[in-house]
Ligand binder design. Structure first.
Ligand code: 16G
Ligand code: ZN
Length: 546
């Protein structure tokens, strides 16, 4: 095995703090206070190069971000060649390397290399890197590239980008010689691809009113401003749209995610602090690395209305289902919607009963949803928190490409569908791309005098719901039954039975308990027919688990 000595040498500059708590590669990679992340990021560099070698030199992505967390935090995660998250079976390798004392890193690396390679491997390794706007990012990139150099890997540092753009670049790089490359391998190529898809989808449409985007003072602001240069002029009759950027300060880290952004809006069910929208004006919020989005508006009388990931999923599924049918492809393309247990029961019911589409439920974490969505011709997946996208299978793309329109209406449906496949990010949830999706759909549905966003909101009524965070002595004592998508507790023993008894007392009651994957706490989600009942139900559950 090569490189062991170089790694041992370089690791001395990035030593693991002796008394640190164990690190774990979780649902969002490694994430913690940035001061603790230097050695961890170094080991991620080793693993990224190793993974590239294992996959015949395919390019691996590494993103440095802590998303919606405070500016003092940071994180690092690995992106696989097609832009999806690191294969799950490798997460334990990441955890193991990160926890190896620096003096033993050579042995740990060599052991791992022998385990994954079986025989000698001299592939060239390729890695691409990006980071969000956090001040600690630059230093962490140095830790990463020191490891990549010790590993003899080739790398490109793309500097400051949104998470979804890094995912895009990873896939574009690895498909450049395919018969259908994913796109040009540059940040500009990403903007061009999205804008071209938008123009095609909007050729006969003009959006109603304007859209204001709260960028959480994060990297999404830079991306959006650059992207807007590729869009049609605001007053263009075909596809022109007025987009205002607010909370776009990326020069001052102290304001990142402060009282703004998708997470602030979703968890507090309130507008960002700087909100000054007039009734029925469309607003949306990105999170700190622009892979999540939440829409909202106020009704007359200042009533706040939020449209979260569940709403985006239902909007997308209903629109896409409709145009697939109009395009004459309904019997060739199967559509499904993938949610987690946090999806509001009313949204699930709406999709199954009104849209007559299949719904799948997976455990929390984007990789689970993505994986299941990719099994369908068209897989719409969203977490309630606003992370999600729509996946088109090779079969769906082929059917759309080869379809022969029999009428102008069919041609329009096919053209729009084709355009969606262009600008919807196929690798990961993407706030910018999801925003275009929502705007295209609302523009197609506007025109009968009603505000399109208000109409979207009234499609169905959410069941009153609440999410509690409960600190318990040991969150790991809470485990769920496999294949229940975290909806049933296995341990503590007997607790699920008691929970079922409680829930049965409430109309449309539903409740589940799971250990958080990102915090030292247990989460309790509940819904019922009225707010009063939800509060009651959750109160009893809280008393029971404490
Ligand atoms: C991570 C996940 C997010 C999930 C959240 C749940 C990714 C990229 N991120 O942030 O999708 O909703 O964890 O956190 O997968 P929890 O386990 O603390 O409830
Ligand atoms: Zn994010």
């Amino acid at each position: 095995v090569q490189y062991g000595d170089d790694i041992a040498g370089a690791a001395k500059q990035h030593a693991r703090p002796e008394k640190s708590k164990p690190f774990a590669y979780g649902t969002a990679g490694f994430r913690m206070n940035a001061d603790l992340l230097d050695s961890v990021t170094f080991t991620v560099g080793i693993l990224a190069a190793l993974r590239s070698r294992k996959l015949q030199g395919k390019t691996i992505g590494v993103m440095i971000t802590a998303s919606h967390n405070p500016a003092r935090d940071n994180g690092v995660k690995i992106v696989d060649p097609y832009g999806d998250m690191l294969e799950q079976s490798w997460e334990k390798h990441a955890t193991e390397l990160a926890n190896t004392p620096t003096g033993e890193i050579k042995q740990a690396y060599e052991r791992l290399a022998r385990e994954v390679f079986k025989s000698e491997n001299r592939e060239e390794a390729h890695v691409i890197i990006a980071r969000d706007t956090r001040p600690s990012g630059k230093g962490l990139v140095k830790a990463l590239t020191d490891a990549l150099e010790a590993m003899g890997a080739k790398y490109i540092d793309y500097g400051v980008l949104t998470t979804p753009i890094l995912h895009y670049l990873t896939r574009a790089t690895n498909t450049q010689n395919d018969s259908h490359p994913y796109g040009e391998i540059s940040e500009e190529g990403y903007y061009k691809k999205l804008a071209a898809g938008w123009k095609t989808a909007m050729q006969y449409k003009k959006p109603e009113g304007s859209l204001t985007v709260d960028c959480a003072n994060g990297v999404g602001a830079d991306a959006l401003k650059k992207f807007l240069k590729y869009m049609p002029a605001e007053d263009d009759e075909s596809g022109g749209i007025k987009i205002n950027v607010v909370n776009g300060r990326t020069d001052d880290p102290s304001v990142l995610n402060e009282k703004a952004g998708a997470d602030y809006v979703k968890t507090g069910q309130r507008a960002p602090e700087s909100f000054d929208g007039k009734p029925f004006e469309r607003w949306c919020s990105y999170d700190g690395d622009a892979d999540r989005i939440i829409y909202y508006f106020t009704e007359t009388g200042n009533v706040f209305r939020m449209l979260d990931g569940d709403r985006i999923a239902t909007l997308a599924a209903s629109f896409i289902g409709n145009i697939v049918e109009k395009a004459g492809l309904a019997d060739k393309i199967q559509i499904a919607v993938v949610q987690t247990a946090y999806a509001n029961g009313a949204s699930t019911k709406y999709i199954e009963e009104r849209l007559k589409l299949k719904v799948e439920c997976t455990p929390t974490g984007v990789k689970h949803l993505h994986h299941v969505a990719s099994r369908y011709d068209i897989g719409v997946y969203f977490e309630a928190n606003g992370h999600g996208t729509v996946l088109f299978s090779q079969n769906a793309l082929r059917q759309i490409r080869k379809a022969d329109p029999q009428s102008p209406a069919q041609l329009e449906a096919l053209t729009t569908l084709q355009a969606l496949t262009e600008f919807i990010n196929q690798t990961v949830g993407d706030a910018l791309s999801d925003m275009l999706l929502v705007e295209v759909i609302l523009a197609h549905q506007s025109g009968d005098g009603e505000h399109s966003i208000a109409k979207w909101f009234t499609t169905y009524t959410d069941l009153p719901n609440r999410l509690l965070r409960v600190e318990v002595a040991d969150k790991n004592s809470f485990t769920t039954v496999p294949d229940t998508a975290e909806r049933k507790l296995q341990t503590p023993e007997g607790m699920q039975g008691k929970l079922d008894e409680l829930v049965a007392k409430y109309t449309s009651g539903r409740c589940f308990v799971r250990a958080s994957g990102t915090e030292n706490a247990v989460r309790v989600y509940g819904e019922a027919a009225s707010k009063h009942e939800v509060d009651n139900l959750l109160q009893s559950v809280e008393v029971m688990i404490e």
